[in-house]
Ligand binder design. Structure first.
Ligand SMILES: Nc1ncnc2c1ncn2[C@@H]1O[C@H](COP(=O)(O)OP(=O)(O)OP(=O)(O)O)[C@@H](O)[C@H]1O
Length: 245
């Protein structure tokens, strides 16, 4: 069985993500996603890059079921969570209440506490969202995503608004959480180094399609000093058109 049929077979057990010939248009405009194909294996970490306006967020929103499909098909697990650039916490609910919002079942607070502890926010469980720092708010958003134990976690530039040091800490946290939960991850990022530090594969979008699909065969934990890092960075920057003109 080849790799694609393996992924298709797994998708029939609701564990993989398979995007087949996906097209998305807004009104009569050009296709933002143009017969796009992408497969993500269970537990795989994929970084999605591309120039501004190349359709990354549209792809993610479509995968999350937030945007309709014009043509083609999307197969994905039922349990998905999305973390956006801004935390989207409800300001009138405490952090722990935000974390378990909408979840059924008893022991909600204990459940929230354990996941908030896991993301390093155990000391802020009763805080109001507006009193959190940017990094803390994104930790809370991650806790809210993880508490649902998603089979597929989508991250849309979750660290873009954070300062450089907080961003590095959050990358480390994501790497640890993924190591523990082993869900499939799609991370939208503009940051080539972030993709190389975290992902198994980096895919680059262009003209509504996947233009580059680059495996990142480096052991974890990764170091910027790994000699393969510089080579992969150059390949990715080239595919993003950084060296054009
Ligand atoms: N609701 C909408 N109505 C009309 N056009 C839209 C809508 N949402 C997105 N688009 C268009 O689709 C294209 C892709 O947008 P998208 O936000 O997916 O790009 P992106 O790669 O995520 O960009 P960025 O990196 O700047 O966030 C853009 O040309 C955008 O104007």
């Amino acid at each position: 069985m080849n790799a694609v049929s393996q992924v298709v077979a797994l998708s029939q057990r609701n564990e993989a993500i398979v995007v087949d010939g996906l097209t998305r248009r807004f009104g009569n405009g050009p296709a933002v996603l143009d017969q796009l194909n992408l497969a993500i294996a269970p537990g795989e970490f994929v970084a999605l890059l591309g120039r501004s306006g190349s359709g990354k967020s549209t792809l993610l929103r479509t995968l999350a079921g937030l945007d309709p499909v014009t043509e083609g098909s999307v197969i994905r697990p039922r349990d998905v969570s999305v973390v956006f650039q801004e935390s989207r916490l409800l300001p009138w609910k405490r952090v722990w209440q935000n974390t378990v919002l909408g979840l059924p079942g008893a022991n909600q607070r204990a459940h929230a506490l354990s996941v908030l502890e896991e993301v390093g926010l155990g000391h802020r469980v009763d805080a109001w969202p507006l009193t959190l720092s940017g990094g803390e708010a994104q930790r809370a958003a991650l806790a809210r995503a993880l508490v649902r134990e998603p089979a597929f976690l989508m991250l849309d530039e979750p660290f873009a608004a954070l300062d450089a040091l907080t961003r590095l800490k959050m990358q480390k946290l994501i790497s640890e959480l993924w190591g523990r939960h082993r869900c499939s991850v799609l991370l939208v990022t503009h940051d080539v180094d972030e993709a190389l530090m975290l992902a198994d594969r980096a895919v680059v979008m262009e003209h509504g399609q996947i233009h580059t699909d680059l495996p990142i065969p480096m052991d974890r934990p990764r170091r910027h000093t790994d000699p393969r890092f510089e080579h992969l960075r150059r390949v990715l920057l080239e595919s993003l058109g950084v060296y054009d003109d």
